[in-house]
Design a protein around this ligand. Structure first.
Ligand SMILES: *Cc1c(COP(=O)(O)O)cnc(C)c1O
Length: 402
């Protein structure tokens, strides 16, 4: 078929390889190795003269199906899967960067990405520099000198800050840098970084792709030459491979990705509107609300506002903990993109280790809550949030009366 299929179709059909048995659902190849018909065939395989699976650290048919499906969806030449999202980020950076190379990154990164950049890379003599992702002038200054790579996350965790991918990619390319976008919060459906000038896209498949809280996974998507010559030797020899079982679970997750993400976006938008009306809340961040500081960029760069809402509860940590503890339906958890709604208090969990100064720079307060909005009925979600906010107010009134 030469016709380009639309995303909903690619998510169900892309990359499927049927075995001789004609199974409907993708087969799970739980095998570590593969056998050869002859010693000659093994030799030819190792000489790269023929295509034949060798060992599941390098490639596996269930992974191939998921890789081809994700590459088609993203519009990338090639995809390689990893055991986790962090393995994907780490392999992307470490396969490419050498001692003396320079990396420029947006400050608002997932906690472990932050650790790699501030702690691990300097150990290998790589120079790293953070900028405020939303400030193009800072990108301009940082990229006025040559750089090797740029890493950015948009929207960011947890403050949903956006980076202008088109503008930063231009600056980065002029500085000689490859642009890597961590596209987890946007999902492959709401933002297309490769069309906006990025070179490489990374995902944690743990989030929306599985989306049902079952398995970990990561993906790197990029140009054929870079994947084959830079990334592949690194992953073949260092071994961050995804399990075929996890790849199969994620393949099945993708079949409902569009349905889930579309509904979660509708729920998130409704939750954001509800929260913005409540007096217990001092700030609501949702990229597709007109009051988001980068709303214009959001609607230009994304096709939906995403599945997360970040907000501040008035009254600091005490009031915020009271609110979270009063939630009955929404769970307290640090995961996101799940069909179950999950609330996180970044200052004491995901962003505890970066310290108060860095949190202040990112705008994370003791009242900040990151809500990953799931698939529950929106009326039930809003009732749960309303009851928990009433509990905060009730306590405050009771105290004031004392
Ligand atoms: C979760 C996440 C990661 C790490 O993925 P894991 O699968 O947990 O290793 C990286 N970046 C972002 C933005 C994430 O949300």
């Amino acid at each position: 078929m030469t016709r380009k299929l639309r995303p909903a179709t690619q998510l169900v059909r892309g990359g499927t390889i049927r075995s001789n048995f004609g199974e409907t659902s993708e087969a799970m190849f739980l095998t570590s190795g593969f056998v050869y018909d002859s010693a000659e065939q093994a030799e030819a395989t190792f000489k790269n003269e023929i295509e034949h699976y060798q060992y599941s650290r390098f490639a596996n048919p269930t992974l191939t199906m998921l890789e081809d499906r994700l590459a088609a969806l993203e519009g990338a030449d090639l995809c390689r899967l990893m055991a986790t999202g962090m393995a994907a980020v780490h392999s992307t950076l470490l396969s490419h960067l050498k001692t003396g190379d320079r990396l420029v990154a947006s400050r608002a990164l997932f906690g472990s990405c932050h650790w790699i950049i501030t702690t691990l890379l300097p150990q290998y003599g790589m120079e790293t520099e953070f900028v405020d992702g939303g400030d193009l002038a800072q990108w301009g200054v940082a990229l006025s000198r040559p750089a090797t790579m740029v890493l950015l996350e948009s929207p960011s965790n947890p403050m949903l800050e956006l980076v202008d991918v088109v503008a930063v990619a231009k600056l980065a390319h002029a500085a000689g840098a490859l642009v890597v976008v961590d596209n987890v919060f946007a999902t492959p459906l709401l933002q297309k970084p490769l069309e906006q000038g990025a070179d490489i896209v990374v995902y944690s498949c743990t989030k929306h792709m599985d989306g049902q809280g079952r398995v970990l996974g990561g993906a790197v998507l990029g140009p054929k030459k870079w994947v084959e010559e830079t990334l592949m030797p690194f992953i073949r020899n260092t071994g961050p491979a995804m399990s075929p079982f996890n790849a199969w679970v994620i393949l099945k997750g993708l079949e409902t990705l569009k349905l889930r993400v579309d509904q979660m976006c509708r729920n998130a938008a409704a939750v954001a509107d509800f929260l913005s009306e409540r007096t217990e809340i001092s700030r609501v961040l949702y990229p597709f609300r007109a009051d988001h500081p980068q709303h214009a960029l959001a609607v230009q760069q994304m096709t939906g506002g995403g599945t997360l809402v970040t907000f501040d509860v008035k009254g600091g940590k005490d009031a915020t903990f009271r609110f979270m503890n009063a939630l009955n339906l929404v769970d307290i958890s640090n995961n996101l993109g799940d069909s179950k709604s999950l609330a996180t208090h970044p200052a004491t969990t995901t962003h505890m280790r970066i310290g108060p100064e860095e949190r202040a720079k990112l705008g994370i307060t003791d009242g900040t809550v990151r809500l990953s909005v799931g698939l529950e009925d929106i009326a039930d979600l809003i009732e749960d949030l309303a009851e928990a906010l009433d509990a905060v107010g009730g306590m405050a009134t009771a105290r004031a009366a004392e």
